[in-house]
Design a protein around this ligand. Structure first.
Ligand code: HEM
Length: 208
């Protein structure tokens, strides 16, 4: 199925590796971050070699995620610019969720929902990184109030990001045939025609 020569290439190996490095870092950060957030989650520190190691590793993993996320932004930002057809798509999203996607406007490589999510992730990452650096302050010697405000922003941004990623993963599973795009790089023509017809036409030259 995956090796069908008629399938369309959606992601290169480099793009997939980039995405999964961010994904793995995100899971590790969520697990270690939750361990700091509430004592009920403290046992999660065992996954990282105890409390001290969790505290040491979390910010470094955060830096790795930020660097690779920035690379993703460079790769994907231009494809996520919001156009008028995306606004139209977002206006009709309820109908699509109810199972009627017949009169949704044609979409390019990404639909309006994916684009809004993309910029939501960018916002969350900027807030997480900025507040995280302020908290990781040993050499900065900042006033304690700055660190306190940064902690609140960091927690709020983390909740925002976890919510968005739950949505992202749910949408990827809900739209059958999508996960393989990020696993193997390809999608079927039927998938592309149904969900991203503009991209399908561009890739195949088929104007039907
Ligand atoms: C850990 C579980 C994750 C799964 C199962 C997953 C799955 C996927 C899939 C299947 C796609 C392809 C969608 C398509 O081509 O239409 C995708 C794209 C993408 N993912 Fe993920 N992902 C995960 C985590 C993340 C994380 C943590 C981030 C960033 C914080 C992220 C950011 C993106 C971005 C930016 C795209 C490209 C879509 C766009 O530019 O709008 N993903 N993901």
């Amino acid at each position: 199925m995956i090796r069908n020569p008629r399938d369309l290439q959606r992601y290169t190996a480099g793009e997939r590796a980039n995405h999964w490095i961010v994904g793995i870092c995100f899971i590790l950060l969520a697990l270690s971050g939750l361990a700091f957030f509430h004592p009920a989650f403290f046992p999660l520190t065992m996954l990282f070699g105890g409390g001290t190691w969790t505290r040491i590793l979390h910010p470094y993993i955060g830096v790795v995620m930020a660097v690779f996320f920035l690379l993703m932004v460079v790769r994907f930002a231009a494809l996520n610019l919001i156009e008028s057809r995306d606004i139209e798509w977002l206006r009709n999203v309820n109908k699509m969720v109810d199972g009627n996607d017949h009169d949704m406007p044609e979409q390019g490589k990404y639909n309006g929902g994916q684009k809004v999510l993309f910029w939501g992730l960018v916002l969350g990452m900027v807030l997480l990184l900025a507040s995280g650096v302020l908290m990781w302050r040993a050499w900065l010697n900042l006033p304690v109030d700055v660190v306190r405000i940064a902690s609140v922003v960091h927690a709020a941004a983390a909740v925002w990001m976890i919510g968005l990623i739950i949505l992202h993963v749910y949408a990827a599973i809900w739209t059958r045939g999508t996960i393989r795009a990020m696993m193997y790089g390809t999608v079927t023509r039927a998938w592309a025609k149904q969900h991203h017809r503009g991209w399908y036409r561009k890739m195949t030259g088929d104007n039907n």
